[in-house]
Ligand binder design. Structure first.
Ligand SMILES: NC(=O)c1ccc[n+]([C@@H]2O[C@H](COP(=O)([O-])OP(=O)(O)OC[C@H]3O[C@@H](n4cnc5c(N)ncnc54)[C@H](OP(=O)(O)O)[C@@H]3O)[C@@H](O)[C@H]2O)c1
Length: 221
């Protein structure tokens, strides 16, 4: 790995990945909403920010996402559903990464191994859903998984050595989880980045389009 792009570099996991890659002498380009004004719910913003980069990047890490949006947290019951919250969840967790995939193809090398890793969540698994609740976040991540799987099929036609994957990072101590999990019950962000990078470095071509956890274990759809 030589040249990495991190999208969502201001977040807990994105920041930790940036720090880790720099210690491994990888050149890192970082993009985020708070530092650069990238809004992944706006295609013009995505096109402008990704279009301004030259690449190629042999690693693109999408670490954006949200569980609480505009004060709306995960639902416990159907009566808490709102179409606005559903739309907001899809905009950040599914549509945003889909439009980023659309605009990042030109940034991927065709002549060497490249990995696009997009942070999803185990709760996006329909098979694994035994608890219910969290409708909009679960549904948006399930949609993201389908988008990643479909994009991997298409990208493999032009980028023979590209691996596109959805990864579950574990339960990680970041602003994302601070309202829901005590820090002592979550993996520190630096450890999560180490786990994810080990998995990313070990990915093989036959794993493109997959949905894996931080230890490279496949998660059922
Ligand atoms: N932490 C966990 O335990 C956990 C578990 C499962 C899955 N995940 C997934 O891992 C990913 C990262 O989580 P995290 O814990 O690192 O979260 P985090 O610390 O809250 O970081 C979220 C990142 O997403 C960015 N973001 C949110 N909305 C955006 C928008 N509209 N446009 C551009 N950027 C936007 C934030 O940008 P700004 O801060 O610059 O606004 C920030 O960089 C998410 O996809 C999450 O679903 C996390």
């Amino acid at each position: 790995m030589k040249n990495a792009l991190i999208i969502g570099a201001s977040g807990g996991i994105g920041r930790a990945m940036g720090i880790l890659l720099e210690t491994r002498n990888v050149s890192v380009t970082q993009l985020s909403r708070s530092h650069d004004g990238l809004d992944i719910t706006d295609e013009d913003s995505i096109a402008a920010h990704l279009g301004a980069l030259t690449g190629p990047f042999d690693f693109i890490f999408v670490a954006t996402g949200a569980l609480v949006i505009d004060g709306q947290g995960p639902e416990k019951s159907l009566k808490q559903l709102s179409s606005q919250a559903l739309q907001s969840q899809f905009a950040v967790n599914a549509t945003g990464p889909a439009i980023m995939l659309k605009h990042m193809q030109l940034l991927l090398p065709r002549d060497c191994r490249a990995v696009v890793a997009i942070l999803s969540a185990r709760v996006g698994s329909i098979t694994d859903n035994a608890l219910g609740g969290w409708y909009s976040y679960r549904a948006a991540k399930a949609a993201l998984n389908q988008i990643v799987h479909t994009a991997a099929i298409e990208i493999a036609r032009t980028h023979k050595q590209a691996i596109v994957t959805a990864l579950h990072p574990g339960t990680v101590a970041t602003p994302f989880t601070s309202r829901f999990v005590k820090p002592e019950n979550a993996t520190p962000a630096h450890q999560a980045a180490e786990n994810l990078l080990a998995t990313i470095n070990g990915l093989t071509l036959d794993q493109t389009g997959g949905f894996l956890d931080y230890a490279a274990k496949p998660i059922p759809w």
